[in-house]
Unconditional design. Structure first.
Length: 314
């Protein structure tokens, strides 16, 4: 008696092989998307906030973060340069500009925006370059703070800060500044990167009113790299109306219809990106533009900048 199978009947092994091939194809497609397509699909997240004094002209803030610009990433550099076409009134950069020792590349990318009034803080990746790590570490609640940086390459943070300040941008790492935009006074207060314990809250507690003509009538904005709860509490206690931060990458690898598995800080994962209320202020956490060269993927988390249109309070 013949042992050949009947035409059109699949053996169990054939079905398993077909299923395995389908899973492998889906995995390859997902990897290709997250490594080559999504990192080049930039988004501008837009919000309108009514926090200006009555009768003020609108003010547009471009909030960018976590550029992580490495060599050979002209696609990201070109996008950043194109943001000048949005004609922002104020640029706020919340750190992690470098993706290696790439000072010329970062300055080239940001050059058109340095003609706009701006302010900045630094993140840890502005001081130390990345090193190869186990990608699974990212899935912990948050990665180790205060890790030994002796094996990390040192980056030209001082030179970058000098270039920014020479073009008129205000440095806000544990500092305050005052600017006037479209006739509206702004009081800016910043904290250093809390992820590396550089936020000197006890020594330089956030405060507003740095300029002689500013104070109660000015718009109060807090700026920091990593939105740890202690920094948000400090800004709230100081009376901030808006806080700008980055660091989280929006989760970087998000689960569709569920969200970010981690934020890399003590912020709740549901607040990994976007605008949300906190105490009596608004907080905008940017999902950022880049990634570590040792984790070069984004999934269900488009690289982004935020365009915040400030209008008078109702």
């Amino acid at each position: 008696m013949s042992s050949a199978s009947s035409p059109g009947v699949r053996l169990p092994g054939t079905r398993l092989l077909a299923a395995s091939a389908a899973v492998a194809a889906a995995g390859a497609a997902g990897l290709a998307w997250s490594a080559y397509v999504e990192p080049r699909t930039f988004r501008i997240r837009r919000h309108t906030l009514g926090i200006l004094p009555a009768g003020s002209a609108p003010v547009t803030i471009l909030h960018l973060s976590d550029l992580h610009l490495a060599k050979g990433q002209e696609f990201r550099s070109d996008f950043v340069r194109s943001l000048a076409d949005l004609r922002p009134d104020l640029v706020v950069n919340t750190g992690d500009n470098f993706g290696g020792d790439t000072l010329p590349e970062v300055l080239h990318a940001l050059d058109p925006l340095l003609d706009v009034p701006g302010a900045f803080v630094f993140g840890s990746n502005d001081y130390w370059g990345p090193t190869r790590k186990n990608p699974a570490r990212y899935l912990r609640k948050h990665t180790t703070r205060n890790e030994d940086k002796s094996k990390h390459p040192t980056l030209p943070a001082a030179e970058l800060a000098e270039e920014f300040q020479a073009r008129g941008w205000k440095r806000l790492d544990n500092a305050q500044a005052a600017v006037e935009v479209n006739g509206v006074p702004f009081d800016l207060s910043g904290l250093g990167d809390a992820h590396m314990d550089a936020d000197r809250i006890d020594e330089t507690r956030p405060s507003f009113g740095a300029g002689p003509h500013h104070g109660d009538g000015a718009v109060r904005i807090g700026v920091t790299h990593a939105p740890y709860s202690r920094t948000l509490e400090a800004f709230a206690a100081a009376g901030a109306q808006l806080v700008l931060a980055g660091h989280t990458h929006g989760g970087q690898i998000r689960v569709p219809f569920w969200g970010a598995p981690v934020t890399n800080c003590d912020l709740d994962r549901t607040r990994a990106r976007g605008l949300f209320p906190y105490r009596r202020m608004q907080v905008n956490v940017s999902a950022g533009l880049g990634y570590s060269p040792y984790s070069p993927v984004r999934f269900a988390c488009l690289p982004e900048v935020s365009l915040l249109r400030l209008v008078p309070q109702r």
